[in-house]
Design a protein around this ligand. Sequence first.
Ligand SMILES: Cc1cc2nc3c(=O)[nH]c(=O)nc-3n(C[C@H](O)[C@H](O)[C@H](O)COP(=O)(O)OP(=O)(O)OC[C@H]3O[C@@H](n4cnc5c(N)ncnc54)[C@H](O)[C@@H]3O)c2cc1C
Length: 305
Amino acid sequence: MQFYKDGFRGGNPDLKTAAPGRRERAPFAPLPKKVDVLIAGCGPAGLCLAAQLAQFAEIDTMIVEPKPGPLEKGQADGVNTRTMEMFQAFGFAETVKRESYWVNQTAFWMPDPKTPAHIRRIGRTQDVCGISSEMPHTLINQARVHELFLEVMQNAPARLEPDYSWAVKDLAIDATTEDYPVTVTLENTGINAGEVTTVRANYVVGCDGARSKVREAIGGTLQGGAAHQAWGVMDILANTDFPDARQKCLITSAQEGNLLILPREGGYLFRMYVELDKLNKDERVSSRNFTAEHMIGAANRILRP
Ligand SMILES: Cc1cc2nc3c(=O)[nH]c(=O)nc-3n(C[C@H](O)[C@H](O)[C@H](O)COP(=O)(O)OP(=O)(O)OC[C@H]3O[C@@H](n4cnc5c(N)ncnc54)[C@H](O)[C@@H]3O)c2cc1C
């Protein structure tokens, strides 16, 4: 992070001078007709790219997201040390360090050899090798990480903000021109649901998740594989005498499957990943109708006694 490279001035050094000629941002202001870069999706990938491009006011960037606003409840929470180093480059690693749980140790629990129906702790290890980074491995709500990226975008010279309630529906590339060759069809998912508009772009970046429309539109296919294992995830405030509830734990039971405990930031909650059933190839976990009771039942069986 370089402060004052254009001379000293008072005030918050994270708030960059706004570039002139920026787009009108009032509610219901019209969308632009042309942009240099259109990013599809306000997940971590899209927001990270948008935060970076927002530093360059001469690059006209737009980021669209079908949800009506910022993520409220995150999915992910684990932030690796290299990602923390990236956060440092964006200027918010110290905030994450202050607000997060630091994963320093991992405890391992296995069936007790004498009474295999019971589990016992077999050891603890340091979670991250000492020399790999000066940053800690942290746990923090994904929604908070999104917020920090949004703050960087809003404070950047481009004062970039997402266009919520818009989804990429399709795109077409005109190979005969280099002048905004991609025409992107956007569909409103908000109060004007179904309304369709087009934006032309020089570049489109598909950060629209596992079932990417952008990938589909350019004829791409998923590379890699999928794990056919259902896991349940709960963030809970538990009344428990389990001694390692505030530490990362991997618990393997003799018959009932596996469980991962990750303490949440803030000192009270912890997250439990509970192994549920194997899935058939091409089967979606949503088809099984797992409930919180299934997860609590499995967790109690794995942790017993
Ligand atoms: C329960 C759970 C726990 C996880 N825990 C961790 C963890 O601890 N650590 C970790 O590193 N990872 C974790 N992950 C994985 C992590 O969440 C993903 O790898 C990450 O979110 C992928 O980021 P992304 O930006 O590529 O896509 P996504 O996060 O999927 O974001 C895609 C965005 O695109 C939007 N979108 C969808 N369709 C369109 C469209 N047509 N047009 C425009 N936008 C569109 C979506 O609404 C969404 O906002 C976890 C995932 C889950 C589900």
